[in-house]
Design a protein around this ligand. Sequence first.
Ligand code: NOJ
Length: 714
Amino acid sequence: MDRKVDALIARMTLDEKIGQMSQSTAMNTLTDAIRQEIRQGRWGSFLNAGSPADRAEAQRIARRESRLGIPLLFARDVIHGYRTVFPIPLGQAAAWDPELVEATAREAAREASTEGIRWTFAPMMDIARDPRWGRIAESLGEDPYLAGVLAAAMVRGFQGGKLDAEASVAACAKHFAGYGAAEAGRDYNSAWIPEILLREVYLRPFRAARDAGVATFMTSFNTLNGIPATGNRFLLHDILRREWGYDGVVVSDYEAVTEMIRHGYAEDARDAAKKAALAGVDMEMVSTSYYDHLKSLIESSAVPMKAVDDSVRNILRLKYRLGLFDDNQRTPAEAKVTPQSLAVAERAAAESVVLLKNQGNLLPLRSDIRTVAVIGPLADSRVDQMGTWVMDARPEDVVTPLAALKHILGDSRVLYAPALRDSRDRSHSGFAAALDAARRAEVVLLFLGEEQILSGEARSRAFLNLPGAQEELVDALTAAGKPIAAVIMAGRPLTFHDTAGKLGAILYAWHPGTMGGPALAKLLLGQIVPSGKLPVTFPRTVGQVPIYYAHLNTGRPAADTELGIPLGTPLKPTGYTSKYIDVDFTPEYPFGYGLSYTDIEYSNLRLSRTSIQAGQSLTISAEVANRGMRDGTEVVQLYVHKLVASVAQPVRLLKGFRRIYLKAGEKQTVSFPLRGDDLAIYNDQLHLVAEPGVFQVWIAPDSTRGVSGQFTLR
Ligand code: NOJ
């Protein structure tokens, strides 16, 4: 391959090389002008281009009628499904199930590749500790270890065993880097991240994706410590290429090259092209500064020819790896949902739902329940339950909770009253009908949350509450005196502290996708037992943000005795510890948290040894028992804390997890191997080392509880 690529590069004109480095959205339809440009080698890749038939024809022209026959690469944002929609990535992360994430990505790759798409811009692995940021929906949660494991699984799912298999799609690790640290949670905003935090937290999932063989990286829109990621040689060259030995393609984000002008980092498009090329951006997305200026930059020696050749080599290598030069390409055709894709979608939706509250075991409902009132703006909204990034999905494929409940219970047992038109509706005009339905039913199933357009790119919110009149709806419904089980669908952690007190049960369903309805109906009726755990901390109020489990201790940590501060009511100040006087310092629901319909008990932590050296390992185990009456799945979590280090360490850090299935009454010993090297941290000299010292370790149901012990690294 390398010889073929080099031979090709030797024959390419500079224009053809720069063409390969250019990605366009211009091929909405395959006009004669675009055909001509393809013949001339003007573009290396198209984004969001045309129909399957257009793509087939464009590829034929590139392969047969351009001078060198270099194939095109069609890219698209296949983020959580293509035609079949799986839960949003944050929801998938709540399943803590790499095998599931691999399966959803595999299905998405199968559908996308059927239509001629061989490059997706996923997974996104930006760590976000701020639910105001709308793109938290696309993230894999706040923890670098969890996000890294899941990102690697997603890469395996998209890329398959072999990139040149016809159902494989090149994945893209994005956004490199720091995008999720947008100040104030406002999209595209600056990120200030000290290098130690960058390496410990933000870069770790990217490293995991790189180790999983991710074919491409995308630069992020933001400045990182004042320097745009797209012109950031430290990120793109020093770390990605030199330290990590990465030989894949780096693509800019959408017009991110020329946005460096508005960042105040480049004078004009020519300067932006120069800075991006010198930093190591191989392909420019949408803006055309490479096409317009790279040639003269080379001719004036402002950019060395080697930079262009290196980029073209990376791009052609990817095209070879994808098998695009091979003659036996299949013809793109329309992708369809299949029984298999729908089964994966239902399983993913079921696993992603987190049971937050279940007072008096309100859930599951008895299967002989006479009538349920189905209320709320998200009970029957096909579009909203799909969530962000679903360009290729069809609402008609979606099964809503209302449809699924009617299907299982029969129409006559389901009383439906939406009450609100959509999640932002402020009108109370539908309340009376909803209250009437609630009065006539045994139980209220209330579908609340955020509609599709409130999360995702450029959808930051300053308030995290249930929008519109949803809280008032809950108040109104309490007058019926019926138990209320709420399902909340949202693209981010929402805050609903006071409302939660009025609800008997809460299932957090994110945006669950095509098969969210059947999954939720089965969860509500106990045909499936909830197993999801939060991949992100839920604040009590937006004022606690940023709030995350892996924080450092302060010199004055607040104590458990300082709990119980009512939300919003300033207390008479007491004490000098790190807390608030108008809300508890703790989250509403911690990272890793999630209930089940059965009772899981942890006991008997054991360490195979209490002292190891860096090259050695120990095994940490605990007994996990199902003390309840139902079979269930538990996500068992391993955390460590280094008591003393050259750099203060988080109060807990996730180091492992496992989903285990426990029959009612069953007990299992769950073991985690831990190597000394797994404990390496960036020290005060920014070196990654396993410093000797004492570690606290937990095997736990969430980030605040668990059985615990200690060992020493010598
Ligand atoms: C901008 C987004 O930031 C990125 O995630 C996406 O892949 C590109 N647009 C292409 O649509």
